[in-house]
Design a protein. Sequence first.
Length: 210
Amino acid sequence: MTRILIADDHEIVRQGVKAILSRRERWEVVGEAADGRDAVEQARLTEPEIAILDYALPFINGVEAARQIRLHSPKTEVLIFTQHDNEALLRNILEAGVRGYLLKSDATQYLIQAVEALEHRQPFFTKTVSDMLVSSYLAKSDAAPSILTSRETAVVKLIAEGHSNKETAAVLGLSEKTIESHRAAAMRKLDAKSTAALVRYAIRNRLIEA
């Protein structure tokens, strides 16, 4: 059996994904989570071969959750399942070691295909997403160095949601000094002069809802 973890903060989405996966007898959903922290804990407890993670998870987003899951379980393949399709997000998921990315709008058509690919240790991206990645890398410009790392993105997201440095450190399991360092690096890369500027960046890049 291939063990699968599903993490999404909407129960109806989790149940829909579970229903699609039930079409394959060899697949077993061994865990469900409604937020990023629980997803990391469920992955630790169940050791799934595949983790299907919504990007916009509460507390810890899907990319940061993927990074933490793969840190403790490198053999777990991750599929980021999201409604967002911007290039910055794609680069961040690749940095986190994620090899699968699927838009929720494509789930009915491609979810089984995506899980089958990851089950066989093969990456999965739809043609539209693959074309976006190729175009992005071919069109690298002087602005490329300003792209945030996945950890910096997680810090910006939490700060934009109103968390203090201390609260952000607790969520990510880091020291407050490390959070301050990531925050400063993000502000430098984005040429952001204030927390409000970080919030605007987070909204523009769909890290948080406006």
